[in-house]
Design a protein around this ligand. Structure first.
Ligand SMILES: CC(C)(COP(=O)(O)OP(=O)(O)OC[C@H]1O[C@@H](n2cnc3c(N)ncnc32)[C@H](O)[C@@H]1OP(=O)(O)O)[C@@H](O)C(=O)NCCC(=O)NCCSC(=O)/C=C/CCCCCCCCCCCCC(=O)O
Ligand SMILES: Cc1cc2nc3c(=O)[nH]c(=O)nc-3n(C[C@H](O)[C@H](O)[C@H](O)COP(=O)(O)OP(=O)(O)OC[C@H]3O[C@@H](n4cnc5c(N)ncnc54)[C@H](O)[C@@H]3O)c2cc1C
Length: 615
């Protein structure tokens, strides 16, 4: 018999003014899609061995990793059996690691995630047809496990500064991979330490002493039978982190490690047997895997934020605290407007990020299709937009997930709430796949170029067209959606123009363009994410905003119920559908190994002699 649902949650669900199932269907892409998703969840989540006997937080660093590998084998096998044969390889890879089922099984991400998130996309995007056929067969069957090894101990952002070398030897038709310094060691790649046996390595290619830029190489680094590191390979784990502690991030050093010529992924640039180098039509095509993952991250943020706000809103409907009015009893904390302010933006942002992710994915698919036909025209715009949206959605999600955590008081600080782990996952995304400031500056670079083009009367791309609209200096402000968008366009235009004016001022003062750029870079980042609107408008918007909070309040639980997350996917004592928060907090607390005995051995070993002055 299912446990009794908390009365307050029952009341909330009765108060809801819209059909929750309809919103769930919309979010899934239709009623059939909801049915398919639920069927997949039923099938996979009923697989034996998927969940932790002992809560992961009570395992050692080593046990956590070993347990995660155990679960990964079970999970990926279950997903393989359930996968849709009509999907492409990429869609199947996405479905496995990006589905929220993944979050149900791995609170801190998986030791296999890089295989699907980057190793397979790198092969699909960087290998020529023959290489793709061979490596995709092995990678999609999980005969090999791969990762993406680009970042080094000494370089993450500055790709052109990577020190790992790949020197072509025409005599043996091989590349010699080498880490000339400690800072050249690959450092960070997920799965690299003990899980994967292959990786795509980004290395500096040299032929006859001449630099041929950063190129991708597929490299085996562990024996497929014994899993021992191959000769000339130094491997290890980089240690405990804020999160991602079951992703097995590692380091790898090469000592004159030789690989055959056909291990350079040669879709974009090629090296012929005699060492002739055939340049890529655009050197930035080598960065293509990163563009792809930045697009994927936007959707990932939407999902993670939806999980966090579901936990916090349901908890806020159950938790009663303090007095709003004398003798009126303790209200639900969700009745405090400050609590609504903290959480409702997160619900709205999750939906906004989901719709943005759909739009960006369509743009990515169109540009990628154009690239296949040799048309690179829209690649710069895709790069600029992907940089901006990855940076903005990860920054906002990190802020909003942390706000969801702190809105739950002390219980939000419990690992059993799962809010700290969700924060660990999303805040990592502010750094990986391009550190956010660096990506915003890439977008700013495109905005400045676009404004210069607009000022010389050139047509701009659709996403930059707001820079050429001659926005009147006194825009008639109204708080209609259209009025608000126009207001933001005016602010955005002003930010870019101000940053550019600032750079020109520094150049006139005698600074070189690079120094002028650096001096204006705070404004440039703001121009890419613009934040504020003029003072007079705030009051009018504020009234509208507070009125909106009141309208959302009766529907808040319905809005998060519509995300349709199972309890296993939320994995949270605070967010379960039945709202039995206190019972779950106690159930989880009793699983702590420290509760196995009333007196811990440290009393007799240390405390008692200490308290008796004998230590
Ligand atoms: C772009 C750089 C910063 C600079 O590159 P550089 O070569 O120096 O170029 P510049 O000289 O600056 O010239 C710039 C010009 O080049 C154009 N350009 C630059 N990049 C591109 C591009 N990619 N495509 C097209 N054009 C490009 C630019 O427009 C300029 O043109 P112009 O001259 O103005 O005309 C570069 O150095 C860079 O990109 N640095 C960042 C490095 C980086 O991103 N590293 C990432 C390493 S891999 C990594 O981090 C992996 C992480 C894996 C983590 C796990 C992932 C899981 C999947 C996510 C799933 C969802 C997550 C949800 C949360 C959860 O559930 O866990
Ligand atoms: C959880 C996690 C997983 C990861 N997984 C992988 C992986 O699987 N494979 C992989 O290859 N890498 C991986 N990485 C590495 C990641 O890609 C790098 O950490 C990231 O690119 C940032 O580089 P960095 O760490 O060298 O920081 P740096 O580039 O040294 O940045 C440090 C600071 O310098 C600033 N800075 C740097 N350049 C500029 C500039 N031009 N202008 C202004 N400010 C600048 C940055 O804004 C930042 O504040 C992972 C990282 C994390 C945290």
């Amino acid at each position: 018999m299912s446990a009794k649902v908390n009365d307050d949650l029952l009341t909330e669900r009765r108060k809801c003014e819209f059909n929750v199932e309809e919103l769930t269907n919309y979010l899934d892409g239709g009623a059939q899609a909801t049915q398919n998703r639920r069927k997949l969840e039923d099938k996979v989540l009923s697989t034996k061995g998927l969940f932790d006997e002992v809560p992961e937080e009570y395992l050692s660093h080593k046990e956590k990793y070993e347990n995660a590998v155990r679960k990964a084998v079970v999970y990926y096998k279950a997903m393989k059996e359930a996968e849709d044969p009509n999907q492409t390889e990429q869609e199947r890879a996405n479905a496995t690691y990006r589905s929220l089922l993944h979050a149900a099984v791995f609170k801190d991400n998986s030791p296999f995630s890089l295989h699907l998130a980057m190793f397979i996309p790198a092969i699909l995007g960087q290998a020529d047809e023959e290489q793709k056929k061979y490596w995709m067969k092995r990678a999609s069957k999980m005969e090999i496990i791969g990762t993406y090894a680009q970042t080094e101990l000494g370089h993450g952002t500055f790709i052109r500064g990577l020190e790992t070398t790949a020197t072509y030897d025409p005599k043996t038709e091989e590349f010699v991979l080498h880490s000339p310094t400690l800072t050249a060691y690959k450092w960070w790649p997920g799965s690299l330490a003990h899980t994967a046996n292959y990786c795509v390595v980004m290395a500096h290619l040299y032929i006859n002493g001449k630099s041929c830029g950063i190129q991708p190489f597929i490299v085996q680094f562990r024996d497929e039978e014994t899993h021992q590191p191959l000769p000339g390979i130094k491997l290890g784990e980089i240690g405990a982190k804020l999160g991602f502690n079951t992703v097995n991030n590692g380091f790898l050093g090469f000592d004159q490690h030789r690989i055959p010529r056909n291990r350079m992924l040669m879709k974009n640039a090629q090296v012929l047997k005699d060492g002739t180098f055939k340049r890529s039509p655009n050197s930035k095509l080598t960065y293509g895997t990163m563009v792809y993952v930045r697009v994927v991250i936007v959707n990932g943020m939407a999902n993670q934020l939806a999980r966090a706000v579901t936990i916090a809103v349901r908890y806020s409907a159950v938790r009663r605290q303090s007095e709003l009015k004398p003798d009126a009893g303790e209200p639900q904390i969700l009745d405090y407007v400050t609590q609504q302010h903290k959480l409702f933006i997160g619900i709205a942002s999750s939906h906004a990020f989901t719709l943005t992710a759909k739009w960006l994915t369509r743009m990515y698919q169109k540009v990628t299709a154009d690239l296949e036909k040799g048309n690179l025209d829209e690649l710069p715009e895709l790069h600029a937009i992907a940089c901006c949206l990855k940076a903005v959605t990860t920054t906002d999600t990190s802020v909003l997930v942390e706000r969801s955590r702190t809105s739950c008081g002390g219980h939000g600080y419990m690992l059993s709430s799962n809010l700290p782990q969700i924060y660990g996952l999303v805040t990592a995304a502010c750094t990986y796949e391009g550190e956010n400031t660096v990506l915003m500056l890439q977008t700013a670079r495109s905005l400045v170029k676009a404004l210069e083009q607009a000022q010389s009367g050139k047509r701009l791309s659709p996403t930059m067209s707001y820079l050429s609209e001659k926005v009147s200096s006194r825009l008639k402000w109204d708080n209609s959606i259209d009025g608000i968008v126009k207001g933001f366009r005016r602010v955005a235009y002003g930010k870019v123009e101000s940053a550019m004016r600032s750079m020109r001022k520094y150049v006139r003062s005698g600074l070189g363009p690079e120094d002028a750029w650096n001096m204006s870079s705070v404004q440039l980042v703001a121009a890419s994410e613009y934040t504020s609107i003029s003072e007079a408008d705030i009051r009018q918007l504020q009234d509208t905003y507070e009125d909106l909070l009141g309208k959302i309040r009766p529907n808040a639980v319905g809005l998060v119920d519509a995300f349709d997350f199972r309890d296993q996917i939320l994995n949270s004592t605070l967010g379960a559908y039945d709202g039995r928060v206190y019972e779950r907090l106690m159930e989880e607390a009793l699983k702590s190994p420290l509760n196995a005995e009333p007196v811990n051995q440290s009393f007799h070993k240390y405390l008692k002699p200490f308290m008796q002055g004998k230590l």
